[in-house]
Design a protein around this ligand. Structure first.
Ligand code: ACO
Length: 350
C-alpha cells in the first residue's frame, strides 16, 4: 500500500480587490463591524463575465501541476470541490478537464461546502493508496460574488465571502510516515437548514408517497428549480444563522483536529502548522485558544481573502508553503467545518 503526498500546490485569486469600504457602497455596514466580527478587511471578486469557478480552478491547477513537475496530460483523475459551479450540471471537473486538454480521465465533483476540499483530498488519498492513480488533481474553487444578496437585507452573509481557487497534485510515495497520515470525515444533517441555500432545488416538490401521475391535472406538472416568485421573495440567496454556526464550529473544529492527532499518536505540541478553513477569524482564534496553540502554529489569511469556502484550505496551504512556513518533515493539519454540517481533518507529514 502506498501513502499519498502533496507534490505541488497552487492558488489563484482574481485581480479585483473589494474592500469593506467598497461593501459600504451597497449596504448599511461598516469596516469596523466586519473586522470586529469576522476579521475580514478585503476579499477578491472575480471578473463578472471573464472569470468563473472553473477558470479560477484552472489557474490554480496550472501552478500545482507545474510545481509537481508534470504536465496536465499526466493527470489521471480530477476531484473538484465547489458549491458555486459554472453550471447546475455538469460539474466543474469536466469543464476543467476540457479547458486543460487532459486525457479522458475520470472527473468527480464534491459538494461539501466549506469542508469540500478536505473531503476531496480524502477521496483522492484513497485512490492513491490502492495504487489506482498516480497523479490526482484536487481543486477547491468558488465564485461567491455571484449569488449573494448585496443589499442590507443580506449583509450578515454577503460581507463574509470571497472568490478564489486552490489546487494540489497528489502522488504516491513509498517513504513511510510521510505524506497524508490520515483523514477524518464527519457529518450531522440535523442542522442542514442552519447554513443553506434552498434554491434552486427540488425540496418544494409536491410529490408524496401517495401521489400518482394520474392525480395531476393539465398544467400542474413542470415544477421549476427556480421561479419568478423565488427571485421576487429573495429565496435565491444563502441563509445562515450565524450564532448557531459559531457554537457548533468551535466544538467540532477542535474535536476533529484532536481526532487526527490522536489517531497518529501525536499531540498539539507536535504540530508545525494548523491550517483551518477560513470561516471567520473569531472561530479560528477560539480554536487556537482551546487547543493551546501558539500564533506561529496557525495560518490565517481571511483578513485578505474573506471566506472562500472550498478554496480556503488549499489557498491557505499554498500561501503558507510559499511563505516558507512549511518545510520538509513538518506536521501539518488541515481542518474544516461547514454547511451540512460537515467537518473533516487531514494530518500530513510534509
Ligand atoms: N454590518 C452591520 N451590521 C450587521 C451586519 C453587517 N454586515 N450583519 C448583521 N448586522 C447586524 C444585525 O442586523 C444585528 O442587528 P440588530 O442587533 O440591530 O438586530 C446585529 O448586527 C447582530 O446580528 P447577528 O446576526 O446576531 O450578528 P453576530 O454578532 O452573530 O455576528 C456573524 C454575525 C459574524 C456571522 C457571527 O454570527 C459569526 O461569527 N458566526 C459564525 C458563522 C460564520 O462565521 N460563518 C461563516 C460562513 S460558514 C462557514 O464557513 C462554516
Amino acid at each position: 500500500m502506498f501513502q499519498s503526498k502533496i507534490a505541488g500546490t497552487g492558488m489563484y485569486v482574481p485581480a479585483n480587490v473589494f474592500t469593506n469600504q467598497d461593501m459600504m457602497k451597497f449596504m448599511d455596514t461598516s469596516d469596523e463591524w466586519i473586522q470586529e466580527r469576522t476579521g475580514i478587511k478585503e476579499r477578491h471578486f472575480a471578473h463578472r463575465t471573464d472569470e468563473t469557478t472553473t477558470t479560477m480552478g484552472v489557474e490554480a491547477a496550472k501552478i500545482a501541476i507545474e510545481r509537481a513537475g508534470i504536465t496536465p496530460q499526466d493527470i489521471d483523475f480530477i476531484v473538484f470541490a465547489t458549491l458555486s459551479p459554472d453550471y447546475y450540471f455538469p460539474g466543474c471537473g469536466v469543464l476543467l478537464q476540457r479547458a486543460m486538454q487532459m486525457k479522458e480521465i475520470g472527473a468527480l465533483d464534491v459538494r461539501n461546502q466549506c469542508s469540500g476540499f478536505v473531503y476531496a483530498l480524502s477521496v483522492a488519498d484513497q485512490f492513491i493508496k490502492t495504487g489506482m492513480y498516480k497523479n490526482i488533481l484536487v481543486v477547491g474553487a468558488e465564485k461567491h460574488s455571484f449569488g449573494l444578496d448585496f443589499s442590507t437585507r443580506g449583509r450578515n452573509v454577503s460581507v463574509i465571502f470571497g472568490d478564489g481557487a486552490g489546487a494540489v497534485v497528489l502522488q504516491p510515495t513509498e517513504d513511510a510516515g510521510r505524506g497524508i497520515l490520515s483523514t477524518h470525515l464527519h457529518s450531522d444533517g440535523n442542522n442542514a437548514e442552519i447554513l443553506a441555500m434552498y434554491n434552486p432545488g427540488t425540496h418544494a416538490n409536491h410529490w408524496s408517497k401517495e401521489t400518482k401521475l394520474a392525480d395531476f391535472n393539465d398544467g400542474e406538472m413542470g415544477d421549476m428549480f427556480m421561479s419568478h416568485a423565488m427571485i421576487d421573495n429573495a429565496q435565491n440567496f444563502p441563509n445562515m444563522d450565524g450564532p448557531s454556526v459559531f457554537k457548533v464550529a468551535v466544538e467540532k473544529f477542535p474535536q476533529v483536529i484532536m481526532e487526527a492527532l490522536k489517531a497518529n499518536g501525536l499531540d498539539t505540541s507536535d504540530l508545525r502548522l494548523l491550517i483551518p478553513h477560513q470561516a471567520n477569524l473569531r472561530i479560528s482564534q477560539f480554536v487556537q485558544k482551546k487547543l493551546g496553540l501558539r500564533d506561529d502554529q496557525v495560518h490565517n489569511n481571511i483578513q485578505r481573502y474573506g471566506n472562500t469556502t472550498a478554496a480556503s484550505v488549499p489557498i491557505a496551504l499554498c500561501e503558507a508553503w510559499e511563505q516558507g512556513k512549511i518545510k520538509e518533515g513538518d506536521l501539518v493539519c488541515l481542518a474544516a467545518f461547514g454547511s451540512g454540517f460537515t467537518w473533516a481533518s487531514a494530518l500530513l507529514r510534509w
